[in-house]
Design a binder for this molecule. Structure first.
Ligand SMILES: Cc1cc2nc3c(=O)[nH]c(=O)nc-3n(C[C@H](O)[C@H](O)[C@H](O)COP(=O)(O)O)c2cc1C
Length: 436
């Protein structure tokens, strides 16, 4: 297995040579024009192929509404020129929040969310003109086993998972409780439409509740566990609800946790990827869902799978995997899905580690039909106006890129507002001291 390595490549040639040494052919295009081309999703125009990935800011108010920092963050994304802005995890019920500062949508606060979408669109229009209307997606969530809406909350799980086991005792969700959560999701789909979003994401990734259902192979006493039909029942029931808003799913394609405790894995207990169930799910739900955002891994268990980094959270021992291997896995899995379902729109993940070279890799990916959109997570915290620089200058400024230091994830773990500790003043040590 290749050694983990920090990013130290001074040129495209050095980066490509390293990939080659690892047996990886990085998709590449010297022209980044393909990233700036508009397209449509279910008839709605999207100004370009660059997507802000959902990134929790831990800064909502008591009512679950975006606070001042969130307005600032999304204003920066809008003014930065991304064609699609995929808003962060927004809980459908108070108990499903991962932390007390998570966004939450309900009938009481939906009007405020409408003001928020208006603000984001207006900010983009002020900078780029009336023709530039970013496509806005709201990510709905229930944090399942990772819910921590307040101190002392008793965590529940849906299925046993010895690999992801949490400390302490916990009880199991009953089917009646899952039915109630499902009703809240169906309500929230309607609320997302009322709030002016173009699409709503029924999030099924990163170990949260709907992803937990997908790998609940051993929960055979529930209508939501065991068989494929049962494990996908929740998603099916939410996605098939008639409503005008475009449906999307952020999906864990591969967990890199052996079956029967991980999804997207060969049912032989090895670390082998097997997309059979993933493709079956997409094939069935494609009648309702034109937009898929492909992720992988569980952040609290194997974060390197979904977000390749230089430095692990709180300086954790680096994985025995080169970041380029992780990026290659994400690109290949997404490409397999995009090429199996060429009429659907797939957003790719995990590009931030590539620094100033992600546009060339992303343009290669889009140009070769391996994804329709290139998603940027940590890079959007660090360099929200990267798309604008690409439009105006054709390249990125190496001094503005994300350095994959995991400080933004550390902020999450510390339950404080999250952002880029290196490039964005309010989140630097000095900025944070001033704001205390
Ligand atoms: C601080 C932080 C918050 C995140 N919040 C979310 C979230 O709300 N929803 C989600 O699906 N993924 C979330 N992610 C994962 C990112 O969307 C993205 O998949 C990941 O960072 C890899 O992309 P990147 O290499 O461009 O950063 C988060 C990641 C970080 C570091």
């Amino acid at each position: 297995m290749a050694q983990h390595e920090k990013f130290h490549y001074k040129s495209a040639e050095e980066l490509i040579a390293k990939a080659k040494e690892l047996g990886i052919t990085l998709p590449w295009s010297d022209s980044i024009e393909g990233l700036l081309k508009p397209t449509t999703i279910a008839g709605v125009q999207v100004p370009n192929r660059l997507t802000v990935q959902p990134m929790e800011g831990f800064d909502a108010d008591n009512a679950g509404l975006p606070g001042q920092l969130a307005y600032r963050r999304y204003g920066r994304y809008a003014a930065g020129g991304s064609g699609m802005i995929w808003l962060e995890a927004c809980s459908v019920v108070p108990d499903g929040r991962s932390n007390p500062f998570q966004l939450m949508i309900n009938p009481e606060n939906v009007r405020e969310y409408k003001k928020f979408t208006d603000h984001i669109r207006q900010t983009a229009m002020d900078v780029f003109g009336a023709d530039h209307r970013p496509f806005l997606v709201l990510q709905l969530t229930h944090s399942g086993r990772y819910s921590k809406p307040y101190d002392g909350y008793q965590t529940k799980i849906f299925s046993n998972n010895p690999i992801l086991e949490l400390p302490g005792e916990h009880s199991f969700y009953t089917d009646a409780e899952i039915d109630e959560i499902k009703a809240a999701y169906i309500r929230a789909v309607g609320l997302a439409e009322e709030a002016g979003f173009d699409a709503v994401d029924v999030k099924a990734c990163h170990g949260y509740l709907l992803h937990e259902l997908l790998y609940a192979y051993d929960r055979t006493d529930s209508q939501y566990g065991g068989s494929f039909e049962n494990r996908t029942r929740f998603l099916r029931d939410v996605l098939r609800t008639p409503s005008k808003i475009i449906k999307a799913v952020r999906l864990n394609s591969v967990d890199m946790i052996p079956w029967p405790h991980g999804f997207g894995m060969k049912p032989d207990g090895t670390q082998t990827i097997d997309l059979t169930e993933v493709k079956k799910l997409i094939a069935e739900f494609s009648q309702w869902v034109p937009l898929w955002n492909i992720s992988a891994g569980i952040p609290r268990y194997n974060a390197f799978v979904g977000r390749p980094f230089d430095r692990g959270v709180f300086g954790a021992t680096p994985p025995e995997e080169h970041p380029l291997t992780g990026i290659d896995r994400l690109i290949r899995v997404t490409a397999d899905l995009q090429q199996t379902f060429p009429d659907l729109n797939f957003v790719g993940t995990g590009y931030s580690w590539l620094r100033q070279f992600y546009p060339q890799v992303g343009a290669g990916v889009v140009g070769q039909g391996k994804a329709s959109f290139i998603g940027l997570g940590r890079s959007s915290f660090a360099y929200p106006d990267a798309p604008k620089d690409l439009m105006e200058k054709g390249s990125l400024n190496p001094k503005k890129v994300c350095v994959a230091c995991s400080r933004c994830t550390e902020f999450m773990r510390l339950v404080v507002p999250s952002g880029c500790a290196i490039r964005d003043y309010p989140y630097t040590e000095k900025g944070r001291r001033e704001n205390k």
